[in-house]
Write a protein that binds this ligand. Structure first.
Ligand code: NAD
Length: 740
């Protein structure tokens, strides 16, 4: 079965997200709603969405729109019809009747329902129709969330389900997990339970919402929105509806009921319009005080708001063993929450899926956890877990495990896919070296470097790992969300605060040396980025010989935002790329001016399609929808380049003063119009000096080392200024740029 055309019915949050993602995969798609105006508006929203749902905004008109009366004929040509209308069974049943009357013979029909069992959805379908009907449960936002749960019914044509799964995996890049027809399937069943446990335990243990979010967040490998932040993000009223649906569907004996009881404070928040970020606020709110915006948090006991308090836990890595052993309320809370999640998830095997492994994957892909409940158990250790846990009677999974005491119960990872993923390979590869910022694995005849810091920010140790790993062909790849958000600015600021600028210089030199080593080592280097690939992260990529990029990347050189310039060879490599263009061959000012514009404004791209015109990526770089496939594609690149020879060194003929004067003229204009301020002018002038080649002229060939030196000198001049340090501090504390 080939899927060449898709119709999506219902153009709300999910329908439009699914249509946009089909468009990303170059599949012709039609979006139908009650009225054409509704689906037209949905298409406009897709176009304006942030973060963008489309890889390439110019493709927006590849999404056809219409209404379910005049344009229903579209269904006749579709190979797959996705229903994503409101969660009302009567409406869904009506639509299925119409679809099945008109659909092409054998076309797949699926529902995006979050809570209605397939038994109920398909109750009016004939046996023949049921063969082609299933649930395809996408997560919001569709482009970015990896999980797709597929729920079959007992009549399904299994070949068809498998080919739909393959299509969703390869073409749409989803982690497609087939699961049983149980309430909330895998992700929401465990995810919502986990949220409820985290919330109710915070109430019970008298933790403030900031404290609970500080624990049920990064230290547990969970996104930093935590629990209360996540409630606000989803919508407190919507969460209440979700809970009601679980309460209705689940048997009274289910542990879910214990954590889903109505909380008076939550009820009051909804009644008073505090429904979360979309309302007046929620557990957190932004309040104006003396003309300034202040983030406030709700006191769970008094119901009053007060300015948020930063909780310092001194945890910079996920280390569950240490976390649950902490002899304070945070340790007790962590253990209580984690142990309950493990207990609940394990009690549901094999009812919701026979592979406990799938539950972990659903939590990674659907909730962005770094580890699912069974991996948490694996990390804590079986003996350790049973030493601490009190009651697990009746939980077959845990009873068996307690008996077998099998510390290596976990086995393979990512069983739901045939793809040879990094997760699978890491389990069999030997860990040959590593430090606190990166791990090095050896698999067969190549090495893997995985950065392991927060947002994979780079420091001396990250460079050390890269240096060591170039003794074999190398793939730089990681499982966490970001490839690298750039150089670790806290690390740089620690030196700057102590006035240890020599140490900063030493680090930058090592960074440059490492990048050069990546480019010129005897063995090929492949960078396989996903997520943020910024600043120093981009510089690692740009010095790699090959790139296999996930389509969800945010890539660019953003150093100027923090008052610096790229000094790990970013300026140099961007110049090299732009100097190769025909325009540059005719006009010596073309390349420096182009790069000045891109780096000066700190331009970023949110997909490979946006990245290519800026030359952050090249046409020959591989672009891949399924993140799981990055390793396989990277490996293939290495195989195809067994006779790899490192490239010849680049030389640069740059105009020097002539083009620098042109840049300064542009800056003067921006300065006079107050678009940039004093320090902006200084940073951009330093950048102009580097990109013009400094004190040079077109007849002089500069080496890569000359360019590295220009970058280093400019970087050092800037980092020593108070204004750059102010910018860095501001960005570190607010996540936003300071204009000074
Ligand atoms: P929504 O309210 O944003 O959109 C529903 C759309 O359906 C609206 O545009 C509405 O006009 C349209 N509609 C209603 N009746 C229709 C009909 N008879 N014919 C055609 N269109 C009709 O809803 P949503 O959040 O996109 O949810 C859609 C489905 O996806 C639901 O089944 C929901 O449970 C499920 N779901 C939602 C999410 C989420 O995060 N929002 C996540 C996963 C699954």
């Amino acid at each position: 079965m080939e899927i060449k055309k898709v119709v999506v019915i219902g153009s709300g949050t999910m329908g439009s997200g699914i249509a946009a993602h089909l468009c990303n995969a170059n599949i012709p798609v039609t979006l139908l709603d009650l009225k054409t105006e509704i689906s037209e508006q949905a298409r406009d929203k897709i176009h304006k969405s942030r973060p963008p749902l489309l890889l390439d905004k110019s493709k927006i008109n590849n999404i056809k729109v219409g209404n379910i009366v005049d344009n229903f004929d579209e269904v006749k040509e579709a190979d797959w019809v996705v229903e994503a209308v409101v969660e009302r069974i009567d409406i869904k049943h009506d639509i299925y009747e119409k679809i099945f009357k008109d659909r092409k013979k054998g076309a797949i029909v699926s529902s995006n329902t979050s809570s209605i069992p397939i038994k109920v959805l398909s109750q009016h379908l004939s046996e023949e129709e049921k063969k082609d009907f299933c649930i395809t449960h996408f997560f919001n936002p569709v482009r970015y969330m990896g999980l797709l749960e597929i729920v079959k019914n007992e009549n399904n044509d299994l070949d068809k389900i498998n080919s739909l799964k393959k299509f969703c995996e390869i073409e749409l890049g989803k982690g497609a997990i087939v699961c049983n027809d149980t309430p909330g399937f895998l992700g929401n069943r465990i995810g919502v339970f986990a949220m409820q446990v985290a919330m109710t335990e915070a109430f019970k243990m008298n933790l403030s919402i900031e404290e609970a979010d500080a624990i049920f967040g990064r230290p547990m490998g969970i996104p930093k929105t935590g629990i209360f932040g996540l409630y606000d993000l989803i919508g407190i009223d919507l969460m209440t509806d979700v809970l009601k649906s679980f309460i209705k569907e689940l048997p009274e004996t289910d542990m879910f009921h214990e954590v889903a009881k109505e909380v008076p404070l939550v009820k009051k928040l909804i009644e008073t319009g505090y429904t979360g970020r979309k309302g007046k606020g929620g557990f957190y709110r932004v309040n104006k005080s003396n003309g300034k915006k202040v983030m406030e948090a709700l006191n769970l006991e008094t119901g009053e708001y007060s300015p948020t308090k930063k909780i310092i836990l001194k945890v910079d890595k996920v280390d569950l063993k240490s976390l649950i052993e902490r002899d304070d309320k945070y340790g007790k809370y962590a253990w209580s929450v984690i142990s309950k999640i493990i207990k609940y998830a394990s009690s549901l095997v094999p009812e919701i899926t026979k592979e406990f492994n799938d539950i972990d994957e659903a939590m990674r892909l659907g909730f962005n956890w770094t580890k699912g409940p069974f991996e948490m158990l694996d990390e804590i250790g079986v003996a350790n877990f049973f030493d601490k846990i009190e009651d697990y009677k009746g939980n077959k999974f845990l009873e068996n495990l307690a008996q077998s005491k099998n510390e290596s119960f976990y086995g393979e990872r990512q069983k739901y896919t045939d793809i040879e993923t990094l997760g699978k390979v890491k389990k069999t590869a030997s860990s040959i070296d590593g430090n606190s910022s990166a791990s090095i694995y050896r698999f067969k005849d190549y090495n893997i470097v995985e950065f392991t810091t927060k947002a994979n920010a780079l420091d001396y140790d990250s460079m050390d790992a890269l240096q060591k790993a170039t003794d074999k062909p190398l793939i730089i790849i990681n499982e966490s969300m970001q490839f690298s958000a750039g150089v670790n600015l806290s690390y740089i600021m620690d030196f700057a605060d102590r006035g240890e600028f020599k140490s900063v210089e030493k680090f930058i030199r090592y960074f440059q040396e490492t990048c050069k080593n990546l480019k010129y080592s005897d063995h090929p280097v492949v960078a396989a980025p996903s997520g943020l690939t910024l600043g120093g992260g981009f510089e690692v990529l740009v010095h790699s010989n090959f790139v296999a990029s996930h389509t969800n990347i945010v890539i660019g050189l953003v150093e100027t935002m923090v008052g610096l310039i790229p000094a790990g060879g970013g300026c140099k490599e961007m110049l090299a790329r732009w100097l190769q263009t025909d325009e540059a061959k005719n006009d010596p000012h073309y390349a420096p001016l182009k790069v000045f514009d891109i780096i000066g404004y700190g331009k970023t791209a949110t997909s490979p399609i946006e990245a290519e015109p800026m030359k952050y990526l090249r046409p020959e770089d591989k672009k891949i929808m399924n993140r799981n496939s990055l390793l396989e594609v990277s490996k293939k690149i290495l195989e195809e380049n067994r006779d790899f020879k490192s490239p010849a060194e680049t030389t640069f003929n740059l105009p020097g003063k002539a083009v620098k004067d042109e840049m300064v003229k542009l800056l003067d204009k921006l300065y006079n119009e107050k678009i940039i301020l004093d320090h902006g002018l200084k940073v951009a002038t330093e950048l102009a000096n580097v990109l013009s080649g400094g004190d040079t002229s077109m007849d002089k060939a500069l080496s890569e080392d000359d360019l590295f030196k220009l970058e280093l000198d400019a970087f050092m001049k800037l980092i020593e200024t108070k204004e750059t340090q102010d910018r860095i501090k501001y960005t570190l504390s607010t996540g936003k740029p300071l204009v000074n």
